[in-house]
Design a protein around this ligand. Structure first.
Ligand code: PLP
Length: 375
């Protein structure tokens, strides 16, 4: 391996300015208020709701607990229809609620749950649909809503990838469904180191969620529900406020990287990029390519290894499918025959480095390797 080549990772965290962070830490130290709905927590909830264009938002300590809590809050039981093409936390949130996941196949164009497959999977035990806006591409929320309304189902969106995604009228995708959840993990477009949030439509639901994330406390001596502890602390809320100021610039930078990749790969036989619809303001959270071995001449795994040898670390998101993990592989809906598109995507996908710290030279280097121009 050529030692001159810097290591390029699939992502790199957006970090606030250290001096500015230090000055906010000083404020926290002076106040001695370090968690439990402090000033920074309240400010971050307000500023995030404004930035994202959502009416109500509740901060969480990561992106998995709002999923678990959303299912609790809507009292979801029985079976939930969901996608196998996601990060494991999506399905784990069902398992933690004693709910049986029912996997349906995805749409090849969007990598999202295919509404045409959803209706056929509904049984008398079905209570909800749990979709994922994979790579930030919105689900077909209209069709999903129609099906949900017809059968009286709730809809929850795992919007961990969809921070800042809006339609052309500027309306946030996070307002779709009954509840949506976000992750602010270090690897995401916007991070609070670890963190997350739930988006809801009304003040009463926000109040209920705020109780649930704080053990169910509704006052010093009143517990109104069997809540959990998933509060975000003041230090990460302060960090989050600073990162919020630079996330717009980071998304712009991501867009430039994406455009460079798309232009470079458009004529490579056997490499296809995820189609980015002009109907949405995207966040460029990931840059997946799909490798057709017969046309490209190398398998996805061979390309993955080739990049690695050149110190470029892509990730096979999402491979294996969630339905392939032992917890879920025994479910009838996990069968390969039930999920041909998801299985194909999992076999061919490779997410290339995508983050705002990539230089033009970095991107050129990755492109040259994929093009086979750099040995
Ligand atoms: C990151 C992610 C999560 C989990 O978020 P954490 O903050 O790491 O708990 C859930 N779902 C999807 C689709 C994710 O990508």
């Amino acid at each position: 391996m050529d030692k001159k080549w810097d290591k390029l990772t699939v992502t790199s965290p957006l970090l606030p300015d250290l001096e500015e962070f230090h000055s906010l830490l000083k404020e926290i130290w002076d106040s001695k208020w370090i968690t439990n709905n402090g000033e920074f927590h309240r400010r971050l909830e307000k500023e995030l709701a404004e930035y994202l264009g959502v009416p109500y938002l509740s901060l969480f300590t990561n992106g998995t607990l709002p999923l678990i809590t959303a299912l609790q809050a809507l009292r979801i039981t029985g079976e939930v229809i969901t996608t196998p093409y996601s990060f494991v936390a999506t399905t784990h949130s069902l398992w933690w609620n004693g709910i049986k996941p029912v996997f349906v196949d995805v749409d090849e164009k969007t990598c999202n749950i295919d509404p045409e497959k959803v209706e056929a999977a509904i049984t008398p035990h079905t209570t909800a649909i749990l979709g994922v806006h994979c790579y930030g591409t919105p689900c077909d929320t209209e069709s999903i809503k129609e099906i949900a309304d017809k059968y009286g189902l709730k809809v929850i969106y795992d919007a961990a990838h969809a921070f800042g995604v809006k339609d052309n009228e500027g309306k946030s995708i996070l307002n779709k469904g009954d509840l949506s959840t976000l992750s602010f993990h270090a690897t995401k477009v916007y991070n609070t180191i670890e963190g997350g949030a739930m988006v809801m439509h009304d003040a009463a639901t926000k109040q209920r969620i705020d109780y649930l994330k704080n053990f169910g406390f509704a006052g010093e001596t009143t517990v109104v529900a069997p809540g959990i502890n998933s509060k975000m602390d003041e230090i990460r809320a302060a960090y989050g406020l600073l990162n919020l100021r630079q996330v717009e610039r980071a998304i712009k930078k991501r867009k430039e990287v994406a455009e460079k990749y798309i232009e470079a790969f458009k004529d490579i036989h056997g490499i296809s990029c995820l189609k980015i619809s002009t109907e949405y303001r995207h966040n460029y959270s990931y840059f997946p390519i799909f490798v057709d071995e017969d046309k490209y001449g190398l398998s996805r795994d061979a390309l993955y290894e080739k990049l690695k040898e050149r110190n470029i670390f892509g990730r096979r998101y999402f491979y294996p499918l969630i339905s392939e993990f032992s917890t879920y592989s025994g479910l009838p809906s996990a069968a390969k025959e039930n999920l041909p598109v998801a299985n194909k995507l999992a076999r061919t996908v490779l997410c290339l480095p995508m983050h705002p710290n990539l230089s033009e030279e970095d991107v050129d280097r990755i492109i040259e390797v994929v093009k086979g121009e750099r040995i």
